[in-house]
Every structure is written in structure tokens, then in C-alpha cells.
Design a protein around this ligand. Structure first.
Ligand code: FMN
Length: 217
């Protein structure tokens, strides 16, 4: 048994953490269920439980994934912040279909979300931008996210430029930086179980109503 396999066994007793699913009624609201699971993940001590993968697919049909941080969620959707001129934003502009993925390993849980994106309001983006530390605000101006970095020094020079430019002033919120809200139409909760007989509880939205069903593992 490899070291990693031993750790996994230790964490899961070789069987998957047998956390029970909460009581799920026929008209369970998936966002409420997400809240229960997200709260569990936050309490579990997992580093960055809000880290999620975002998968996008631009006009050329090539899927692309990367991690981002979930900053807000409610009945309207799931919000993350980024550079609107980045590769992901370019792809989301070409094709608003998106998939999110959370994996909380010690809980043996995964949540899959599929939906479409929209930009959050400028006011909301500015509010969040100004809640960040100053270094991250300068970093947002300095980094031409996803664009080629021609020299090692360019990023440092741009940081120094914006530090000087905004010295002693509030760093303004750049127009090219803000939030994307993922409006979900499919949410799947996966709970690891013994003998790979995992639970998969799915919610699909039809005419503003969530339909619920289970899938084979
Ligand atoms: C744990 C983690 C969290 C991250 N959070 C963000 C984020 O919230 N926003 C962001 O733009 N990039 C974030 N990144 C960096 C992205 O993964 C990615 O490198 C960057 O957004 C550029 O992606 P793109 O070129 O596909 O647009 C994070 C990376 C990691 C590993």
C-alpha cells in the first residue's frame, strides 16, 4: 500500500466517510442543501473550502478548468471574482455555459453545478474590490491576467507603477475586474459511501421549479 493509499484509508477507514445524508424532502431547496454542506465543509477544517473549479468552453469548443474562490452565494447563484479580460472571461463572453465543482475530500463529498453566467453589477464588484487588501487591489491593476508575460520584470514594474500612481489615494475599482454569477440549472450532491455505493442526489430546474432525482453511482 502506498503512503497516499494509507492516508486515504486512515481518513476513510477504507470505506468512505459514512456521513448520513440530511433528511431531504420532496421539495428540498438545493441552495439550502448547499448551505448545509458548505457549513459542514467550513467546520471540517479543510483549507479553502470555498475553492472550486470553474470549467468554461469558448467558441473553439476546447474546455478549460481552473480554481477560483466562491465569494457569495444565494438563490440568485454562485459568485466569483476575476479579471474580465482573462481567458476564462473571454470564454464566458463567447459562451455563457459554465460548470462549477467542489470537492471536500475529508467529508467524501462533491458538489457539481451547471448553469449560465452573468456579470454582477458594477456596484457589487466595486464593493467587493474595496473590501480586499490594498496589495490585491494593486495586483488587479498590475496583472494582465492570462496574457503572456514578456519579461520577468514586467509584472514588478507594473506593480511599482500602480503603487506610485495611487500612493496616498484609494485604489479605484478597474472596469476590467469584477464578478461572474453562475445561475444554476443543475446541482448534484455526491456523498461517498462504502463499497463505491455512493449517493448522488440531483436537482434540475424546469420552469423555475427544482425537480429532484437520484443517479446510480
Ligand atoms: C485555490 C485557488 C483559488 C483561486 N482563486 C481565484 C479567484 O478567485 N479569481 C481568479 O481570477 N483567479 C483565481 N485563482 C487563479 C486561477 O486558478 C487562474 O490561474 C487564473 O484565474 C487565470 O485563469 P484563466 O487564464 O483561465 O482565466 C485561484 C487559484 C487557486 C489555486
Amino acid at each position: 500500500m502506498t503512503f497516499l493509499e494509507k492516508i486515504r484509508c486512515l481518513l476513510t477507514f477504507g470505506q468512505g466517510v459514512a456521513l448520513p445524508l440530511p433528511e431531504i424532502s420532496d421539495n428540498q431547496d438545493p441552495i439550502e442543501l448547499f448551505k448545509l454542506w458548505f457549513d459542514d465543509a467550513q467546520k471540517s477544517g479543510i483549507l479553502l473550502p470555498e475553492a472550486m473549479s470553474v470549467s468554461t468552453c469558448g467558441a473553439d469548443g476546447q474546455p478549460s478548468s481552473r480554481m477560483v474562490l466562491l465569494k457569495e452565494y444565494d438563490q440568485q447563484g454562485f459568485v466569483f471574482y476575476t479579471n474580465y479580460e482573462s481567458r476564462k472571461s473571454q470564454q464566458l463572453t463567447d459562451n455563457n455555459k459554465v460548470a462549477l465543482l467542489f470537492h471536500w475530500n475529508v467529508l467524501q463529498r462533491q458538489v457539481r453545478i451547471e448553469g449560465v453566467v452573468e456579470k454582477v453589477s458594477k456596484e457589487q464588484s466595486a464593493r467587493y474590490f474595496h473590501s480586499r487588501d490594498r496589495g490585491s487591489q494593486i495586483g488587479a491593476w498590475a496583472s494582465k491576467q492570462s496574457h503572456k508575460l514578456p519579461t520577468e520584470n514586467q509584472l514588478k514594474e507594473r506593480v511599482a507603477y500602480y503603487e506610485k500612481k495611487y500612493a496616498g489615494k484609494q485604489v479605484p475599482h478597474p472596469d476590467f475586474w469584477g464578478g461572474w454569477r453562475v445561475r444554476p440549472h443543475y446541482i448534484e450532491f455526491w456523498q461517498g459511501r462504502a463499497s463505491r455505493l455512493h449517493d448522488r442526489i440531483c436537482f434540475e430546474q424546469h420552469n423555475n421549479h427544482w425537480q429532484q432525482f437520484k443517479l446510480n453511482p
